[in-house]
Design a binder for this molecule. Structure first.
Ligand SMILES: [Cu+2]
Length: 153
């Protein structure tokens, strides 16, 4: 009986926590890799009622992760480079997608196989520098799989 009440209390706490999210994460996915590949991209859409910064990402799939931007260099070549954070403006969707901002999973611990799942933990910071962590499940999709919301040809 005592254990039962403890369980109820834990469930209640978890619900209370889940009801006060500042940010929502949608459409999280990770690009599948071939054997031996060291890194891959992770993509998602973030939406928040208040301005936030995405400051850190972790995944059990990778020993390290970075936030990357795509930028055309002086020589006209598009390159990606790490940034310290990504602004998530209030009230509009911030998309991380192939060819744009993305999460780079580095030093992969295993092959990312299409159809499997992994988790991404996002660390977000608000204007008062309070941090929150959001854990999402990300589907691993084939190398050439189009995003789900794109029309199929
Ligand atoms: Cu990258």
């Amino acid at each position: 009986m005592r254990g039962f009440f403890l369980l109820l209390t834990l469930l209640f706490l978890q619900t209370a926590w889940a009801q006060t999210p500042q940010a929502q994460v949608m459409e999280a996915w990770v690009r599948a890799t071939v054997a031996g590949q060291q890194s891959t991209g992770a993509f998602l859409t973030l939406q928040s009622a208040v301005p936030l910064k995405l400051v850190e990402v972790r995944s059990p799939l990778a020993a390290a992760a970075e936030i990357h931007e795509m930028r055309v260099d002086d020589d006209g070549v598009m390159r990606m480079r790490a940034v310290s954070w990504l602004n998530v403006p209030a009230g509009k969707a911030t998309q991380l997608k192939p060819g744009g901002y993305h999460i780079m999973l580095l030093e992969l611990k295993a092959q990312a196989k299409a159809g499997e799942r992994t988790t991404l933990t996002l660390v977000l910071e608000d204007a008062a520098r309070q941090r929150q962590e959001i854990e999402v499940i990300a589907e691993i999709r084939a190398l050439n799989a189009p995003p789900r919301h794109m029309p199929q040809q």
